[in-house]
Every structure is written in structure tokens, then in C-alpha cells.
Design a protein around this ligand. Structure first.
Ligand SMILES: C[S@@+](CC[C@H](N)C(=O)[O-])C[C@H]1O[C@@H](n2cnc3c(N)ncnc32)[C@H](O)[C@@H]1O
Length: 188
């Protein structure tokens, strides 16, 4: 499908971002099902991924966090906060260890200075891996994280492999080929 068609499809379906179709592809791969469970959406604004989860998996309890505002979505508990402070958010902290799925589309503001951007992405991704490990259930859980194709990708993947039995790198069809973004997902 042409890239603009993804944006049109998102609009036609009432989604806030075309990123929902990247998530959709990966959820199919991990065979995510609509049983009761908790989902944590990290870097959630404007809310496409949260919308997608609550609409297609209505039995899930969705929690979303972003440093920016997010227009409310019925059934989604949104917290406006920096993820560096996640352990200080009581609503989330009391659910630590009980999530079934953690999804992260988080991206730092780019400076245009390659070395700085790579370092910032790496730092946020490492923090996100640590959050996923601590907030997911001990016995079972899935994690999906956006990152970028650079020299730190291998290290990120190795770090995920410490906590997840199965780790995959995936470039969704809905992701712009020239963007360099890529997704890692893991299942334990
Ligand atoms: C690409 S957008 C997410 C799009 C979303 N998945 C959707 O479908 O609508 C990335 C988000 O990460 C957020 N973000 C970046 N750094 C953050 C941080 N330290 N804490 C919380 N959110 C952060 C940004 O504010 C931005 O809204």
C-alpha cells in the first residue's frame, strides 16, 4: 500500500495516527488475543495505539503515559508524565508486575546531531526495556518497542533477550522505508 494510503486508512477508521497499522501487524504476529488483561502504552500521544487496543481488544484494561497531553479515550487511563518518573505514579506502580502487554512507540525529540540522537534513543529504549521487565507479569508477557536502525540495535536486542524467550526485529509494511525506524518485540 502507498504510504499516503495508510494515513487515509487511519483517518477513514477514525484513528489518530497511521502508526496503528504497524502495531496491528505485530499484534497479529504475537497472536495477541482478547482475554482479560492489562496493557501499558508508553509514549502514547496522540493516542492511536491506545485507541487500537481498546477498540479491538475491549476486554483489556489500558493505561497510557506520555509527557504530552492526550485527548481522552473511553476505557483508557491516561497519565501525563515523563516515563523517567514512572515508579512515582501510584496508579501504575500498584499494577507493577501485572501487565500482559507493554507497547512503546516512544521517540525523543531529534536534534539532527546523529551521535546525540543515537544516544538519546538508546537511553530511552534501555529505560523502556527495564520498565517492561518490571511491569509485565513474571510468568508471561509481551513487549513491543520502536527503535531505530543504528549501531546500538544489536545491543538493545541482546538486552531484550535477557528478559524474553523470543525476540524479533521487525519492519512493518506501514513503516516508511526511509525512516530508519524498526520494531523489536519479545514474548516471555
Ligand atoms: C511517535 S509518538 C507515539 C504515537 C502513538 N503510538 C500513536 O499511535 O498515537 C511518540 C511519543 O513519545 C513521547 N515521549 C517522548 N519522550 C517521552 C518521555 N520521556 N516520557 C513520556 N513520553 C515521551 C512523545 O511525547 C510522543 O508523543
Amino acid at each position: 500500500m502507498h504510504l499516503d494510503s495508510w494515513a487515509k486508512k487511519a483517518k477513514d477508521h477514525g484513528y489518530r495516527s497511521r502508526a496503528v497499522f504497524k502495531l496491528e501487524e505485530i499484534l497479529r504476529k504475537i497472536k495477541f488475543d482478547n482475554t482479560n488483561g492489562k496493557v501499558l502504552d508508553i509514549g502514547s500521544s496522540p493516542g492511536g495505539w491506545s485507541q487500537y487496543i481498546i477498540r479491538n481488544y475491549p476486554k483489556k484494561e489500558v493505561y497510557a503515559i506520555d509527557v504530552l497531553d492526550m485527548e481522552s479515550i473511553e476505557g483508557v487511563c491516561f497519565i501525563k508524565e515523563d516515563i523517567h518518573n514512572i515508579d512515582e505514579i501510584e496508579t501504575l506502580y500498584k499494577n507493577k508486575g501485572s501487565f500482559e502487554l507493554v507497547i512503546s512507540d516512544i521517540a525523543p525529540n531529534l536534534t539532527g546531531i546523529s551521535a546525540v540522537d543515537i544516544e538519546n534513543v538508546y537511553e530511552l529504549n534501555m529505560l523502556t526495556i527495564s520498565i517492561a521487565n518490571r511491569y509485565l507479569q513474571k510468568s508471561y508477557g509481551c513487549f513491543i518497542m520502536k527503535t531505530f536502525q543504528n549501531n546500538m540495535l544489536k545491543i538493545l536486542r541482546e538486552n531484550m533477550a535477557i528478559y524474553f524467550d523470543m525476540v524479533q526485529t521487525y519492519k512493518p509494511a506501514a513503516s516508511k522505508k526511509q525512516s530508519g525506524e524498526i520494531y523489536l518485540y519479545g514474548v516471555k
